[in-house]
Design a protein around this ligand. Structure first.
Ligand SMILES: Cc1cc2nc3c(=O)[nH]c(=O)nc-3n(C[C@H](O)[C@H](O)[C@H](O)COP(=O)(O)O)c2cc1C
Ligand code: SF4
Length: 525
């Protein structure tokens, strides 16, 4: 019987050279600089040139990624837990902040009953959260002239649990041959009709108005992780105006942006995209024991080839990516005037190892099927390819607009030319597993144009000002470094509030911490 993978833990790699040698032994390209550069010389301290967002330039090269909360009120308003998180994000030093989190555009689109909802009745709370974040940033860093804040707008689609933490109420773009079983999709009535999507688009447009009213610089239209609009990008099998061709599958984004502009709302727009996907994974039953999850293996996909049920995935071999349509979508975003393209991968629900590489699995996951550094390198490498593509293709597009013909439009199958073209800022993801070497690698990828910005997710729950420490002191507080224990995912999957239970003392003393221990012990996560 094959042995589960034995991981080399990052803290055992004592120097950048050790790290580089280990990465080389895995056959991956993950350059790691020797020293953390401090002060104005740091590549991470440079403002983002070329793109102005709501009159501002983003003041440095790290972003706080959107992270859904599980601790709002049941009507989608703020609580002390939410306020604390936003305050910490403000103190982090990041100059691009995805709100604190994803907000549902309507109550039934929530992934949990305590997610924030961006509707009129919550305007006051959202305004206060933003002000608190801005104030915290100003107190610590002196200026907010270069601080850009946005809200991620979402409908959770297949993962909706709007009323009960343990009851799925999925709504989907199309019937999926593998995921339907896992997420309790049993009837055609759970598939959104075109008319329902038309109405949902109105909710996104209304949410963008609220975001503008409460002072957000931008809204991010979430197209990642298997949530609804991401699922529409792979709705190859869906009939009607939102399925089939690339044009139809990307229609929702075009209509939302057109609607926002038609309403006279000048708010800036970002898109977070799962740039690639794989089939769903599961713990290998042959290597699973009671109290111990097995390593991940792909679900059987032999009955659904060619695989037309994912975006950015090879239809012939759906455990490999295919970026053809990803490039096409990136070009579309540029043409639509999207200012920030934030790139992620896969889904935390069905293939978490490609989405948030971790040493320890969440309770509904599996042991790593590959060294998590392979997952980090995959995302970094894809963003690098996109950076090259976006820069060259948008240059062509600008020429096309200047009157040299419409070959780019034909090339990308995009039939409408929006009034404005911009080269979006690219933000990469999945850096937290790099742990002590995160600053060394972040410096390299920014310095060499592999990405414009480095986005941090889990690390900011554990150690919000990690990169501020790196740039200011050239040193990190080891005891705060996220070790990818996945408790911040396991807790909400089991109905508890999210947070960094192992490292953030705020959670360690809560009764939820004890419950979490019991849950983890039972499943062997
Ligand atoms: C608790 C938690 C909640 C998350 N919620 C969201 C979300 O609502 N929207 C989103 O785009 N990504 C979400 N993510 C994914 C992160 O933004 C990020 O892509 C991921 O954690 C990988 O980055 P990291 O290695 O820095 O953690 C979430 C991640 C975590 C850990
Ligand atoms: S619980 Fe803390 S240490 Fe574990 S993955 Fe989340 S942020 Fe990192």
């Amino acid at each position: 019987m094959p042995e589960p993978l034995k991981l080399v833990r990052i803290p055992t790699l004592k120097t950048p050279l050790d790290f580089r040698n280990y990465a080389a032994s895995l056959g991956i390209d993950l350059p790691c600089e020797d020293q953390i550069v401090t002060g104005a010389a740091s590549p991470l301290a440079q403002p983002v040139a070329g793109v102005v967002i709501n009159g501002k330039r983003v003041g440095n090269r790290w972003a706080i990624q959107p992270m859904e909360g599980w601790d709002g009120t049941t009507s989608g308003g703020a609580t002390e837990e939410v306020r604390r998180r936003w305050q910490r994000f403000g103190e982090s030093g990041a100059k691009l902040i995805y709100g604190g989190e994803a907000m549902a555009v309507r109550p039934d689109g929530r992934a949990n009953p305590n997610q924030l909802i961006i509707v009129e009745q919550n305007k006051k709370d959202l305004a206060e959260l933003r002000e608190m974040l801005v104030r915290a940033h100003k107190e610590r860093y002196g200026t907010t002239d270069d601080l850009v804040i946005g809200f991620q707008l979402t409908h959770s689609g297949r993962f909706c649990k709007p009323n009960d933490k343990f009851r799925m109420e999925p709504r989907v773009a199309y019937r999926h041959p593998i995921l339907d079983k896992k997420f309790n999709v049993t009837s055609e009535a759970q598939v959104f009709t075109d008319g329902e999507i038309d109405q949902l688009i109105e909710r996104y447009i209304a949410a963008a108005t609220i975001a503008r009213d409460v002072g957000a610089d931008f809204v991010d239209i979430k197209h990642c992780h298997g949530y609804l609009l991401h699922e529409f990008l792979s709705a190859f099998t869906r009939p009607g105006k939102y399925g089939g061709s690339f044009e139809n599958r990307s229609r929702i984004l075009r209509d939302i942006i057109a609607g926002i502009r038609a309403s006279g709302n000048p708010i800036e727009i970002g898109v977070r995209l799962s740039a690639f996907d794989f089939v769903p994974f599961k713990p290998d039953p042959a290597l699973s024991q009671p109290g111990k999850l097995g390593p991940g293996i792909p679900e059987d996909f032999s009955h659904c080839l060619p695989y037309r049920f994912g975006f950015g995935v090879s239809q012939g071999n759906p455990v490999a990516y295919d970026l053809t349509e990803t490039f096409q979508f990136a070009a579309l975003c540029a043409q639509l005037g999207v200012k920030m393209l934030n790139l992620s991968a896969g889904s935390p629900y069905y293939n978490p190892h490609i989405q948030r590489p971790a040493a320890y699995p969440p309770s509904d996951g599996y042991q790593p099927p590959e060294d998590p550094l392979v997952g980090v390198a995959r995302q970094i490498n894809v963003v690098r390819q996109l950076a090259e593509f976006v820069k060259t293709s948008t240059a062509v597009t600008v020429e096309a607009e200047a009157g040299s013909g419409d070959s780019t439009l034909q090339r990308f199958n995009v039939t409408t030319l929006p009034p404005k073209i911009s080269i979006p800022i690219l933000i990469g993801s999945a850096y937290s597993y790099l742990q002590e070497y995160l600053p060394h690698i972040a410096q390299y990828v920014v310095r060499n144009g592999w990405t414009d910005m480095v986005g941090l997710g889990r690390m900011t729950l554990a150690y919000p000002n990690m990169l501020a420490d790196a740039v200011e002191k050239g040193a990190l507080e080891k005891k705060l470094i996220c070790r990818t224990f996945s408790d911040c995912t396991t807790a909400p999957r089991n109905g508890l509030i999210s947070g960094c239970y192992p490292l953030d003392k705020h959670y360690a003393t809560k009764p939820e911490a004890q419950k979490l221990k019991e849950i983890k012990k039972a499943v062997g996560a």
